[in-house]
Design a protein around this ligand. Structure first.
Ligand SMILES: Cc1ncc(COP(=O)(O)O)c(C=O)c1O
Length: 374
């Protein structure tokens, strides 16, 4: 499929573009006309539909993936001063959500090629003070939650599944309950525009525990309980009807979107140097939410990013090593998580979306391979 002259001057290539059709936009008109823009039937229908796709009993829609984390930590009773294990390589939201509760993140190293914190990493990081742990299937790459559960007896778990909708593990949704369902492990989702399905801003809390679902419903809406009484102080983390309508419109296309993204990821894997893309555990089918790549050193990575920017090719940074961020430096030392530091400094993310053409992909591949050969 490689084109004859992939480096000739061409239009910009976006890192990501949401998959929104004219029919999706048309679905917003009747909602706007109805005047009912929040807490209506569309949010409820979106919750039901996502619970089904995710393999969970209950889904509670919220305003974004970060508020989903904040509400879940609150509903789990994570208290001031509690130590919470957090993967060291990720977007800062989970660690910031822990800090905003007055709790203490403790950073966990990640696997060198799968980029997830796995059971052995969590077991090594655990101390006698550990009360909870946040599991992250990074960039939608499934992680063995059952193994982590076995490695952390007595520790409250939650899954930050911001990127994981549509991924599967042993033919079950990666968002479903792990093999040991005796204790519910809630999952949070994000519907930010970089995700495989977007509501603009948006998020969801998934659980199999009806009482837990009711608690987060109360927390997302000013502490208002099902009986109309304000039961506890709560903020506003509601999703709009417009966002829910956009999400509902995209859901029937999700499998097709995933197939396209996976094919693009496979094409990158075929044409880029072996061992540079994220690996998956046996039985996992990731959703290709992000196609990350780790280069041999940070200078090569930075040179490529500069070149890509100059040519209008949307290659971006991959992720962050959390103890290197000023907001989180007090909670850990990057020297304790060398793999997370290496991946953050040498990593980049490649364009992957339904608007990407085969010619675009060839251009990205040619640019990367040329930079690596220099
Ligand atoms: C692992 C992880 N957690 C949380 C979030 C935050 O989601 P949101 O942007 O919807 O608040 C993100 C965002 O990409 C993420 O990657």
């Amino acid at each position: 499929m490689m084109s004859a002259d992939p480096l000739s001057p061409q239009p910009p290539i976006a890192l990501h573009r949401p998959d929104i059709s004219p029919a999706d936009l048309a679905a917003l008109r009747p909602l706007l006309d109805s005047g009912m823009l929040v807490q209506g039937p569309t949010v409820a229908a979106f919750e039901t539909a996502i619970a089904r796709v995710a393999g969970r009993g209950h889904a509670v829609a919220v305003s974004n993936g970060t508020s989903a984390l904040e509400l879940t930590l609150a509903a789990l009773g994570v208290e001031v001063g509690a130590e919470v294990l957090v993967p060291a390589l990720t977007w800062p939201s989970p660690a910031h959500a822990v800090c905003l509760r007055g709790a203490m993140p403790r950073f966990v190293e990640v696997h060198p090629t799968r980029w997830n914190s796995e059971a052995a990493d969590f077991a090594r990081a655990r101390t006698r003070e550990t009360r909870a742990a946040i599991i992250i299937p990074q960039f939608g790459n499934p992680v063995d939650v059952g193994a982590i559960q076995a490695a952390l007896p007595g520790v409250t778990l939650l899954i930050d599944g911001a990127c994981v909708l549509g991924s599967s593990l042993h033919n079950a949704p990666a968002t479903a309950s792990p093999t040991r369902p005796e204790r519910d492990i809630p999952v949070t989702l994000s519907f930010h525009p970089r995700k495989v399905l977007t509501t603009g801003e948006g998020g969801m809390i998934l659980t199999d525990d009806a009482a837990f679902a009711q608690t987060v419903r109360t927390l997302r809406n000013h502490g208002l309980g099902a009986d109309g009484t304000f039961l506890r102080p709560g903020g506003n983390s509601r999703l709009t009807e417009l966002g829910a309508a956009l999400g509902l419109q995209q859901l029937p296309r999700l499998e097709g979107v995933l197939a396209q993204r996976r094919a693009q990821r496979a094409y990158y894997a075929e044409h880029l140097p072996a061992g540079t893309l994220q690996e998956a555990i046996e039985g996992a089918l990731p959703n290709a939410q992000s196609v990350g790549m780790v280069l041999r050193d940070s200078r090569a990575r930075d040179t490529l990013l500069t070149r890509a920017r100059a040519e209008g090719v949307g290659i971006g940074h991959l992720s962050y090593c959390l103890p290197l961020l000023p907001s989180l430096a007090a909670f850990g030392n990057p020297a304790d998580v060398p793999e997370a530091a290496r991946i953050a400094s040498c990593g980049l993310t490649l364009p992957c979306h339904t608007g990407l053409t085969p010619q675009d992909q060839d251009r990205v591949i040619a640019l990367v391979n040329q930079a690596l050969a220099a």
